[in-house]
Design a protein around this ligand. Structure first.
Ligand SMILES: Cc1cc2nc3c(=O)[nH]c(=O)nc-3n(C[C@H](O)[C@H](O)[C@H](O)COP(=O)(O)OP(=O)(O)OC[C@H]3O[C@@H](n4cnc5c(N)ncnc54)[C@H](O)[C@@H]3O)c2cc1C
Ligand SMILES: NC(=O)c1ccc[n+]([C@@H]2O[C@H](COP(=O)([O-])OP(=O)(O)OC[C@H]3O[C@@H](n4cnc5c(N)ncnc54)[C@H](O)[C@@H]3O)[C@@H](O)[C@H]2O)c1
Length: 463
């Protein structure tokens, strides 16, 4: 029998790596997790999810945005909002979360090793520290949870100051007066919409003619309406060929159509590239696709059965909570613990644009394509006392349901609290419930949750 230093070595300390490591440790396994010191917590904590959501909260607070329904569109809490003000809150939140993660790993006896990993053979990893010293370790199982970095291009001269990607954005020294956003994916739209709340003029460019095709069209129309009202320009169906600084010192994006778009700064957000190229996958008998993604089976095993992969490195859905769950399920399979994977159709989406959007289940488009008849029930926030209290008169919840059985098929929300609200719909969907549940339930008053009852009644009345 071979003996290994560890039962499990985890590459990457983002949500997938953390939860994979802790799940294995809970099963009594000897686990090590390796990551670069400054990246503990992964993209999720250091540069992605947590910083962007904290910046959003800071902007909404300091700009007085949520209060403007009552006190006028010029109402602000802080007259001059700087990049430092935003960074201050990010540092506080990241610092506290980092402690939580470190304590969890420590409490569960997970060893942590700072450095960058590469495979030497399928069971041996070499870890290179920040000071270039190398250590080797062996493990019976490996979990690759190396995540992604912002995709870059030689035609886009990033400087981290005026031309930056999402990984650099939390550290930009100055907020721009106007901003070009290349890429209207989730990252581009989240940052673009939150910056419009600071009255920064944003021009969003995307090669696709439509935005976020997996989201309900009415919700996307709502988002575009709000962004345009705050001065955003959407240039869809246009591809950015190159970026530079023009003779007047302005950032210039040259489009394939020959047009030139100018701005004070530019955010390049055209997707993500997995970090598997750093791993010497060939030494483990593995390979990745052109975006660095690794193929796994339904148990998260790669082509080499004792090597698993989870999180953004395996592609869809590339969300923090899904990544964490994949890491946990991978370890459960590795060590024979019970596992019950969530059905993909029950995965929620939360898009932290301003206003925020969330969804679970199927969209009208998907139901139409699948020739599944459905009826719609809508609740507008303006009909809800809580909507009035919060000053959100434009939010809405839309329920899609089977007109015969009344089974819930999908829930879609835009507005304050949408990402929280959606979990009520998710629970009913998961339990195979009908919208009669919402009709017959008594909700706290005043709440946004009451939207479910209003939407269910509206839907039933339409039958
Ligand atoms: C701007 C932005 C906003 C986002 N917002 C949201 C959101 O609101 N909600 C949501 O659900 N998701 C969001 N995401 C996506 C979310 O961050 C990811 O789905 C999640 O972080 C993926 O987790 P992971 O464990 O796969 O990898 P990551 O969090 O990417 O962590 C991977 C880790 O592996 C390490 N690593 C890589 N290679 C090596 C190596 N060779 N050796 C050692 N360590 C290595 C890296 O340093 C990194 O720390 C956002 C992403 C971005 C970029
Ligand atoms: N709230 C959330 O859940 C959340 C938030 C942020 C990020 N994320 C995750 O991060 C992932 C990556 O997000 P993303 O927005 O970077 O990627 P994306 O792939 O979703 O979007 C990139 C966009 O850039 C466009 N594009 C590419 N090249 C272009 C060019 N040269 N000119 C113009 N447009 C161009 C593409 O058409 C696409 O619409 C998401 O898929 C998601 O999984 C999730």
């Amino acid at each position: 029998m071979d003996t290994y230093d560890y039962d499990l070595a985890v590459i990457g300390s983002g949500p997938a790596g953390q939860k994979g490591a802790i799940a294995a440790a809970k099963l009594g396994k000897h686990v090590v997790i390796v990551d670069r010191q400054e990246m503990t917590g992964g993209v999720c904590l250091q540069t992605g999810t947590i910083p962007s959501k904290t910046v959003r909260e800071a902007i909404l607070y300091l700009s007085g945005f949520r209060q403007r329904t009552f006190y006028g569109k010029d109402y602000v809490v802080s007259e001059r909002i700087s990049a430092r003000d935003l960074a201050h809150r990010v540092q506080a939140v990241v610092g506290r979360e980092l402690e939580v993660i470190r304590n969890q790993l420590r409490r569960n006896g997970v060893a942590t090793l700072p450095g960058t990993v590469r495979f030497v053979d399928p069971h041996t990893l070499e870890v290179t520290s920040a000071t270039n010293t190398t250590t080797r370790l062996t493990a019976e199982h490996v979990l690759i949870a190396c995540g992604t970095r912002a995709a870059r291009s030689p035609d886009i001269p990033l400087d981290g100051v005026r031309i930056f990607d999402a990984d650099q954005l939390p550290n930009v020294p100055e907020l721009p007066r106007d901003l070009i956003v290349v890429g209207a994916g989730v990252i581009g739209l989240e940052y673009a919409s939150m910056l419009t709340a600071l009255d920064i003029k944003v021009t969003i460019i995307d090669q696709r003619p439509t935005l976020l095709d997996f989201v309900d069209r009415e919700l996307i129309e709502g988002l575009c309406y709000h962004m345009r009202r705050r001065g955003a320009t959407l240039r869809l169906g246009e591809t950015v060929a190159s970026v530079g600084i023009d003779a007047r010192g302005r950032v210039e994006a040259v489009l394939e159509s020959g047009k030139r778009v100018h701005g004070h700064a530019l955010l390049y957000a055209v997707g993500r590239q997995a970090n598997s190229d750093l791993l010497d996958l060939g030494a483990a008998g593995l390979q990745a696709d052109s975006r660095g993604r690794i193929v796994v089976n339904e148990c998260f095993q790669t082509a080499v059965p004792h090597i698993y992969a989870a999180g953004d490195v395996i592609g869809f859905p590339s969300l923090a909570a899904s990544s964490a769950e994949q890491g946990r399920l991978a370890s459960a399979h590795m060590f024979g613990a019970p596992r019950k994977p969530v059905a993909p159709e029950l995965l929620p989406y939360g898009i932290y644009s301003v206003p925020e959007i969330s969804m679970v289940g199927r969209t009208e488009q998907q139901l139409t394509d699948a020739r599944i008849p459905y009826e719609v029930g809508v609740a507008k926030y303006e009909e809800l006392a809580k909507g009035q209290i919060l000053g959100d008169e434009t939010g809405m919840l839309k329920l899609l349901f089977d007109p015969d059985s009344l089974l819930l098929l999908g829930a879609h929300a835009i507005g304050e609290g949408a990402t929280e609200l959606i979990h009520i719909g998710q629970a009913v969907l998961a339990l195979g419930g009908t919208i009669e549940y919402f009709r017959d339930t008594v909700f706290n008053y005043p709440t946004l949750a009451e939207a479910y009852k209003v939407a269910a009644l509206a839907g039933i009345n339409r039958l």
